[in-house]
Design a protein around this ligand. Structure first.
Ligand code: ADP
Ligand code: MG
Length: 398
C-alpha cells in the first residue's frame, strides 16, 4: 500500500466546503445522560478542524458512533459531541438532525467559510456500513473536498470512510498523516533494529500481525495470554492458562519461520500465575511450562521482564501491540508496566498500536513518553498486518 498521500496542506481549501470525516466515536455514560466520559477523540480532531477554519473553509464534519445498525437511535446521537466540540473550538458548531436528509442538506448549503456543521451519526443511514454509492454520493454533494481524519475507521470500507472519495477529491488530515508517517515508516523503512512486542489475549487475533512482522522485524517478543499457546505447543504445562489448541501448530510454524529467517523470537521464561482470573487471586511465580493444575498464567515473570527490557534497550524502533498480562488487575500489571517503562527509557522510536495497549500505557502513566500512540485499535492492527486500509487507499497519492 502506498502511504504517501496528499494532505490538507497539498490542496486549496480556502472558500471550499469540506466534508471532514472524524472519529467522534467517544465513550458515553451508560445511563443515557449524554455525558461523554472521554473526549480524547474529539480533541484529536482539533488540529485539522482548526487548520481548515483558519484557512477559510466551511467544515461539514461527520462521524459514526456505536452500532445503531441503520436506525435512528437517540442515545447514539452526535448532539453531545457537537456541544463538546463547540466548547473546545470556542465557536458555534451547528448540528444537523440527519445525515443526508433535508435538514443536513439545507444547513450544508447555507454554511459559510469559518462555520462548522456536524451531521448526525453516519450509521443512522443503512447505506453507511454497506458502502452504498447513493449515500456516498449524497454526502459528497454537500462539499467540494473530502478530508479524512478518522484513522480509527480507515480499515472499514464504508460510505463516509471510503465510498465518498469516488465523488470528491480526497486527502488526509493531520491525524491520519501522522499515523501513516510513523507506522507506515516503521513498516516500510524502519530504523533498526526493529523490535516487535506482541501480547494480548489471543494468538488467533494476532496471527496476521505476527506473520507480517516476521518479514520485517529483527526481534519478536511474545507475551500476554497468547504466550501460553506457544508454551503448550512446545509441550509445556500451562494449567488453566488461555490456550487456543487449534493454533498450536501455527505457533510452532511461527517459531520455525523465525529461526529460518534469522528473526530472534523471544518467549517468556517465567510467568506469574493466579489461582483464579480475578484481581484478588493468590499469586505464584513459576518457570514457563511448569504451571501447576488449577493455576493460570496472568503475567510475565521477573526473569522474562529482564529479558524483554534488555531486548528493547538498543532498539531503533519498537512496535508494541498487546499487553504482557492482565494489566487491569494491579497484581498482574507488573510485566506490562515494566515494558512500558523500558520503552519510555529507550532512544528508540516507540509505537503503541492496539486499543488495550494504548489504554494500558495511558493508565500506567507512560503515554507522553512514547513516540506515537495510535488512535485506531482495529485500524492499527490491520495496518501492522500489512493489509490495505480502504480509508487510506482511497486518498489521492502525493
Ligand atoms: P490490544 O487491544 O492492545 O490489541 P488485545 O485486545 O489483543 O490487545 O488484548 C488485551 C487483553 O489481553 C487485555 O484485556 C488483557 O487483560 C488480556 N490479557 C493479557 N494477558 C493475558 C493473560 N495471560 N490471560 C488472559 N488475558 C490476558
Ligand atoms: Mg483489544
Amino acid at each position: 500500500m502506498n502511504y504517501n498521500k496528499k494532505t490538507v496542506k497539498d490542496v486549496e481549501v480556502t472558500g471550499k466546503k469540506v466534508l471532514l470525516r472524524c472519529d467522534f466515536n467517544v465513550p458515553m455514560a451508560k445511563d443515557g445522560s449524554g455525558v461523554i466520559t472521554d473526549d480524547k477523540r474529539i480533541r484529536a480532531a482539533l488540529p485539522t478542524l482548526q487548520y481548515l477554519l483558519e484557512q477559510g473553509a466551511a467544515v461539514i464534519a461527520c462521524s459514526h458512533m456505536g452500532k445503531p445498525k441503520g436506525e435512528v437511535k437517540p442515545e447514539l446521537s452526535l448532539k453531545p459531541v457537537a456541544v463538546r466540540l463547540s466548547e473546545l473550538l470556542g465557536r458555534e458548531v451547528m448540528m444537523a438532525n440527519d445525515v443526508v436528509g433535508e435538514d443536513a442538506m439545507a444547513k450544508a448549503a447555507a454554511l459559510q467559510p469559518g462555520q462548522v456543521l456536524l451531521l448526525e451519526n453516519t450509521r443512522f443511514e443503512k447505506g453507511e456500513t454497506k458502502n452504498d454509492p447513493a449515500l456516498a454520493k449524497a454526502l459528497a454533494s454537500m462539499a467540494q473536498l473530502y478530508v479524512s481524519d478518522a484513522f480509527g475507521a480507515v480499515h472499514r470500507a464504508h460510505a463516509s470512510t471510503a465510498g465518498v472519495a469516488d465523488y470528491l477529491p480526497a486527502v488526509s488530515g493531520f491525524l491520519i498523516q501522522k499515523e501513516l508517517e510513523v507506522i507506515g515508516g516503521a513498516l516500510a523503512n524502519p530504523k533498526r533494529p526493529l523490535v516487535a512486542i506482541l501480547g494480548g489475549s489471543k494468538v488467533s487475533s494476532k496471527i496476521g500481525v505476527i506473520n507480517n512482522l516476521l518479514e520485517i522485524a529483527d526481534t519478536i517478543i511474545i507475551g500476554g495470554g497468547m504466550a501460553y499457546t506457544f508454551s503448550a505447543a512446545q509441550g509445556g504445562k500451562i494449567g488453566n492458562s488461555l490456550c487456543e489448541a487449534d493454533w498450536q501448530d501455527y505457533a510452532n510454524e511461527m517459531v520455525a519461520k523465525a529461526a529460518q529467517k534469522g528473526v530472534k523470537l523471544l518467549l517468556p521464561v517465567d510467568t506469574v500465575c493466579g489461582d483464579k482470573f480475578a484481581a484478588d487471586a493468590n499469586t505464584m511465580t513459576v518457570n514457563a511450562g511448569e504451571i501447576p493444575d488449577g493455576w493460570e498464567g496472568l503475567d510475565i515473570g521477573p526473569k522474562t521482564v529482564e529479558l524483554y527490557c534488555n531486548a528493547v534497550k538498543d532498539a531503533g524502533t519498537v512496535i508494541w501491540n498487546g499487553p504482557m498480562g492482565v494489566f487491569e488487575f494491579p497484581a498482574f500489571a507488573k510485566g506490562t508496566e515494566a515494558v512500558a517503562q523500558a520503552l519510555s527509557q529507550t532512544d528508540a522510536i516507540t509505537i503503541i498500536g492496539g486499543g488495550d495497549s494504548a489504554a494500558a500505557v495511558q493508565q500506567l502513566g507512560y503515554a507522553d513518553k512514547m513516540t506515537h500512540i495510535s488512535t485506531g485499535g482495529g485500524a492499527s492492527l490491520e495496518f501492522m498486518e500489512g493489509k490495505e486500509l480502504p480509508g487510506v487507499a482511497c486518498l489521492l497519492d502525493k
